[in-house]
Design a protein around this ligand. Sequence first.
Ligand SMILES: [Zn+2]
Length: 150
Amino acid sequence: MKLSKDFYLEEFVSSPTATRHNIDNEPSPSVIEELTKLCVEIMQPIRNYFERAVIISSGYRCLELNTLIGGSKTSQHMKGQAADFHINTISTATIVDACIKLSLPYHQLINEFGRWVHISKCHQGSEPGKQVMTAVKQDGKTVYKRGQYA
Ligand SMILES: [Zn+2]
């Protein structure tokens, strides 16, 4: 099922972890609706800007999957409102820069360890949070710092 010009539902739902643990990560119609908005408003503009494949490492996560991988209890991944992704040969800092420059309606934009980018769309009816963060490891623990290149 196509969500936007270059994105398919499957990319946001398939999870090797879910498969391995026999978790049914099937999205509800409302989750599919949110994923579609995420693609149209955010992911497709990123794809168009770089003109390169955007590789989704994590999109929708049902509660069971989110809990298993240690996701935040309020993770927008559970609502189909967030995606983790990378683009080959483009640094995560460059991607974060572009998302800001393009004025995408993101709620949170996180450079995760320089390895992938987490982006979420704003909640229904709310203004985009436009929160930019950088995740780093300090003494083996994940620390979220405000801003870029922290
Ligand atoms: Zn994420």
